[in-house]
Each structure stands twice: as C-alpha cells, then as structure tokens.
Design a protein. Structure first.
Length: 147
C-alpha cells in the first residue's frame, strides 16, 4: 500500500493536461473547505468545483471493483470505509455550496476533461449571473458616493 501513489497519478496527470489545454486554470491537491481534512485532486476555487480522481480498487468502482480473496474482511472494511468517507466528503462540500465531481481511473481522461470543463464553465456562468444581479446596487470600489 505504501508504494501506491496518492498524488500525480497517470490518470490525474492526463486529466490535468486536458483541462489545461482547454484553457482552464486550477489548483491541485488542496482542501476545498477549511477544517475538513480532505484534499481534492483538482480545485476550481471561484466556481466551487472539487474534482476527485478515484482508483477503481481503492474506492470500490461499481464497474471494476474486485474483492481480494486473501484477508478479505480487512479489505472489504477498508474499501467500505473509503466509500463512506467519499460520500461524507461529497455531502459536506454540497452543504458549503461546492460541487464534488468523481472521476474513475478507468474513464478516458479526455472524456472526463470535457465533462469537468462543461460543469466548471456552467458554474462560472451561474456565479457570474448571480453576481451581476446583485452587484448593480453596490457602488464600485473607489467611486464617490453622492452626499
């Protein structure tokens, strides 16, 4: 287990390459929420989108997960705990106004990047429109107000 990479995996790097080529900028390996000890692999801060690249084995992929035959009880408990933690993370992010996206390691990086990019662009547009509706009432910084 200690030799398994948790950061900068091949799938994650490919996804980041496609997202960067699409013109998206992001932060990597950040905690979206302060006080929550869970890192997202890719974070789009202003759009409030956190992307997690999950391994099929470690996170119990519904298509490719396999249950080891040796020490099966230990592995089943470990993978189930990972699934529960993932669900808890997603719920906490939603409560804080974030969107958690899960990308499985078996997904095509290019297809996943298209999906992520579409969601990020849509979220940015929503936030921009919401800001435009409320910003027209506030004076701009540095402008003089009428006395």
């Amino acid at each position: 287990m200690s030799r398994q990479r948790s950061r900068n995996t091949g799938v994650e790097m490919a996804l980041r390459r496609h997202l960067h080529a699409a013109g998206l900028r992001y932060r990597i390996h950040r905690r979206p929420l302060k006080g929550v000890r869970r890192e997202a692999d890719i974070v789009f801060g202003p759009a409030k989108v956190a992307v997690f690249v999950d391994g099929c084995f470690w996170h119990g992929c519904p298509e490719h997960a396999t249950w080891p035959k040796r020490n099966s009880q230990f592995w089943r408990e470990k993978i189930e705990k990972n699934r529960a933690r993932d669900a808890n993370t997603d719920a906490r992010l939603v409560e804080a106004g974030w969107l958690a996206l899960r990308v499985w390691e078996h997904e095509s990086a290019e297809e996943a990047a298209v999906r992520v990019a579409a969601i990020v662009v849509a979220r940015r547009a929503e936030l921009h429109q919401a800001g435009a509706r409320t910003n027209h009432r506030r004076p701009r910084a540095g402008s003089l107000t009428a006395f």
